[in-house]
Design a protein around this ligand. Structure first.
Ligand SMILES: *Cc1c(COP(=O)(O)O)cnc(C)c1O
Length: 425
């Protein structure tokens, strides 16, 4: 480095990002094809019907090679119905990661169940199968592995544990549409999968959710919970008596404008996914070996992928940078012209809603409403999750393979890491 001149933009050097980024970050990609599909539904006045939704479900099921797909108005609703279908009820427990969006776990409360959080692994940010295993009890009805930021969970280990204990597994695929685990599509590996397809996600259709399963009974229970209009399709003997009304008292069907967009988005998703993967992998290849920075992606020869790289993050190893605080690191990267910030989802187990809130008037915290043991998890109980906030940072989500732009963005991170001494001073 030159004597007085700094390479760092934060100290007056030239910014790493010079090239116009154009539409490289634009998402969702909406074309005339999406507009036409929406107009068709609007002009037919069938926004509340479910004929287009059924076609979208067929398309999605076919892509996954799964028997049943069910559309929902949100991913949250899909998770709620999935939990109920798995038998989650009063006094039961579900196990979920604490490092996730709240909908992976919170719907359990309204079923009278409670939540036990398991820790994640430092390098993958997804459920640690060993930690999960020792949290399974006789009350556990379902495990909700989240393929966090696209990274596929270790489904072999999770399914092995679950089968041994007779527990159902609901994959939360909201971050990982099209991601692969050892070559297989996520969403096909648990007993059931539920996911969001809201506009910000990698598969963006509007507000919406999808559920996948090969199990006829789980499928029927999933639709009788919040799809009253489909209850007549139920074949299970125990559902016969109650046709016409939704068991959950919910109305969960997908809006047809969303289904219409979904069909178009799905047709293009394969190609878009490929370009995103090429771009994101290029970004990380450029940063290979830079101290302090580590890619959050499965090993190249594993057959596993991060799908559409939703909410892409990088791993930060301050011990390799003389302890440079992540906030300072991100500040320097931002000065180079790249938006980034430390952390991701707030650990759910430390939120007051999971500790003190009496949501339904039980006269005690809802977390403990129907159980005789205190399942709350104070600070320190999930060390990896609690540390993740200071060990991950958001990275750019490139939708197009434009090497120059990607190289400049990678350079911003490289500069900040390589000048850690200067930043610490
Ligand atoms: C977005 C999201 C959901 C909820 O989906 P909505 O469609 O917003 O209701 C559930 N789980 C995870 C991990 C999510 O990121």
């Amino acid at each position: 480095m030159a004597d007085n001149a700094s390479r760092l933009a934060i100290h007056g050097g030239p910014k790493a990002v010079q090239t116009d980024t154009g539409d490289i970050f634009t998402w969702p990609i909406i074309t005339e094809e999406d507009e036409q599909a929406v107009l068709e539904v609007l002009r037919a006045g069938t926004m509340s019907n479910w004929d287009v939704t059924k076609l979208f479900e067929q398309d999605f099921a076919e892509w996954h090679g799964v028997e049943h797909c069910l559309g929902f108005n949100t991913g949250t609703a899909a998770l709620h119905a999935a939990m109920w279908a798995c038998g989650v009820g009063v006094g039961d427990e579900i196990i979920a990661p604490s490092l996730t969006y709240w909908a992976s776990a919170l719907p359990a409360f309204s079923l009278g169940a409670t939540i036990v959080f398991a820790d994640v692994e430092r390098d993958t940010l997804v459920l640690d199968p060993a930690d999960l295993e020792h949290r399974i009890t006789a009350r556990t009805k379902a495990i909700v592995p989240v393929h966090y930021c696209g990274y596929p969970c270790d489904m072999d280990a999770i399914m092995e544990s679950a089968e041994r204990h007779g527990v159902k597994v609901i994959e939360d695929v909201s971050h990982a549409h099209g991601a692969r685990y050892k070559g297989r599509l996520v969403g096909t590996l648990g007993h059931l999968a539920a996911m969001s397809v809201m506009s910000g996600k990698a598969l963006p259709v509007g507000e919406g959710g999808l559920l996948l399963t090969n199990d006829q009974a789980l499928y029927e229970k999933s639709f009788v919970f919040g799809h009253y209009e489909r209850t007549s399709e139920a074949t299970l003997p125990e559902l016969q008596e109650y046709k016409g009304l939704p068991w959950g008292g919910h109305k969960y069907r997908m809006h047809q404008l969303s289904s219409a967009v979904g069909r178009v988005q799905l047709r293009h998703y394969g190609a878009r996914l490929e370009e995103i993967q090429k771009s994101m992998n290029y970004f990380w290849d450029l940063l290979e070996g830079v101290p302090g920075l580590k890619a959050h992606r499965p090993p190249k020869d594993s057959g596993s992928t991060c799908g559409g790289w939703y909410a892409a993050h990088g791993l930060y190893r301050p011990e390799e940078l003389g302890g440079l605080p992540i906030a300072r690191f991100c500040e320097a990267v931002r000065a180079e012209g790249v938006g980034t910030s430390p952390g991701a989802n707030f650990p759910l187990h430390l939120h007051p809603l999971l500790n003190t809130a009496d949501i339904y008037g039980h006269g005690k915290p809802t977390r403990l409403a129907n159980t005789d043991r205190d399942v709350r998890q104070p600070a320190g109980s999930l060390p990896v999750t609690e540390k993740a906030g200071s060990e991950i940072y958001s990275i750019p989500w490139f939708k197009h393979y434009r090497p120059q732009v990607i190289e400049e963005h990678a350079e911003a991170f490289r500069k900040a890491a390589e000048c850690a001494d200067e930043l610490r001073a």
